[in-house]
Design a binder for this molecule. Sequence first.
Ligand SMILES: Nc1ncnc2c1ncn2[C@@H]1O[C@H](COP(=O)(O)OP(=O)(O)OP(=O)(O)O)[C@@H](O)[C@H]1O
Ligand SMILES: [Mg+2]
Length: 581
Amino acid sequence: MSDNQFNEIIQNGYNSKGITSPIGVAVFDNVPVEGLVVSMPLKMLNRHGLIAGATGTGKTKTLQVIAEQLSRNGIPSILMDLKGDLGGLAVAGQKNDTVENRRKLFNGSYDYAYQGFPVNILSIGEDEGVSIKASIQEFGPVLLSKILGLNNVQSGIISIAFKYCEDKQLSLNTIADLKYFLTKICDDNKDIKDNYGNVSGASITTILRNIAELEQQGGNFLIGSPGLDVNDLIMNDDNNNGVLSIIRLTQLQDKPALFSTFIIYLLSKLYSTLPEVGDLAKPKLVLFIDEAHLLFNDTNKIIQDKIESVIKLIRSKGVGIIFCTQTPADISVNVLGQLGLKIQHALRAFTAKDRKSVKMMAQNFPETSFYNVEEDLTSLGIGEAFITLLREDGTPSPLVKTLLAPPVSRMGILEDKELTKTINSSPLKSKYGTKNTVVTKPSKELEDFYKKLNQIKEKEKIAELQEKERQKQKIKQATAPTRVTMPRRQSYNNMMFGAMMPMTNMFSNMMGGGNTGMNNAPQNIQYYYSKDGQQYGPVSEFQISNSILSGEINSFTYLWKTGMAEWMLSTNFQEFQNLLK
Ligand SMILES: Nc1ncnc2c1ncn2[C@@H]1O[C@H](COP(=O)(O)OP(=O)(O)OP(=O)(O)O)[C@@H](O)[C@H]1O
Ligand SMILES: [Mg+2]
């Protein structure tokens, strides 16, 4: 094939009617062709992409270049930073010969100034950054059970907890809330048993133990309040540049389960928050997942299925996802088949197994008569890659070896001072804070709910006792026919009556009844109460309880009982305090 044919095919293949962004220069016969620019149609970014390659071949810098282009085009992105080397996006890069020579090859179409981009540095761990969390509620029962490593029965209890809280309009935000709630279920919660299902104490104990383990591992930094509002990650600055939300996750490198949980949480949250938009001229948001092999390391089938389905569905919300990992074999086959953009940096083939997988990978690219892909895959230079992408008409572009553009922001980390400055100037700092303090107390809402529930239970217990007593009296009446008179109204003229009452009482007892409530009942402590200038009695403790429940007696009612020197407000009587609350 001639140079001209190559130029024509690449030019046609990477020309697009919609908005495009230059990302590199085509290479023919191992030489970059000046001015033959490889551009990405932004419309197709919601078909997701993959940047793959051996270590040190330029994946992260390619990711950086794409994120810069998106920001310029007003598209915000979220970047998972597991190595801490994406912070450089916040400050201008340094001019040097290597970089300048690459830029010149674009013949004027990549003359962007060296600059920093609007960046929010966020963190879900102890890394420095605006601290973002997810509330327990937002995780949902499936993910939460997964983080806690629960079996089916135990997950069922978590589902009950979620359903119960939803029905009672209670929110579970922190681990402290969840622990409190679970210990309360243990306290013989009849409502839960009757309406939601049996909850065994042994299972609760296991769940609580697993929570303690999670807390020990530091996993609870993921969980708390305020939960993240994903709209805070979809912002543009005053110049309409897309804001780059860099989420520092350096501590999650050795915790793949937490990493995948966080990503699924974020994807699900984006999916449920964003409206359906179909295919836009450019995506609303792009999510970069560096070290994506961690996401697919997880052998849990539910998690894998969830990742695959959310990735498929989120496209119509205008969200694109770009994975970055060492080999395409790191990504699940179902996800791989959905990807529109493929950028393959150099692969290493040290072993027979490596060579076999390089061969297979070469066969998965569109056919080309310009390159020996299998051979070239192992000899690509740093910052060089094979590219193929979906064109706007849905057809794949011709495979092209590309020398990638250099970033115009810094290719490296931020110094401590720069990092602190970037974090301090984040508009999200005041909302989420920068310290990952773990809440140890349950919410007041939850505590109040249980206080009320306890009062209701107390009342129910008393009503039960009353019923028992009523039954007892009925039996007595049936077996021993006696005169039973209900407490009769007596007037009293002054408060001296209280002092006189014991005598009246004594007299009436001696006379074998009189105005006594139930003269055959054992002579327990008797009560009198005053209402509307009248006094009533003597009555039993049970009758007072009854009158409190019916509203006849309240906390402003004066009472007197056997042995007291004077009348007192009902609230001073220990035995009725619970009923009066
Ligand atoms: N497009 C580029 N322009 C200029 N230099 C580049 C480019 N890409 C890569 N480099 C050089 O290669 C180095 C390594 O690149 P990078 O950090 O992107 O590799 P990586 O594939 O992400 O490595 P790892 O697997 O270790 O994360 C960079 O520090 C930079 O010096
Ligand atoms: Mg990297």
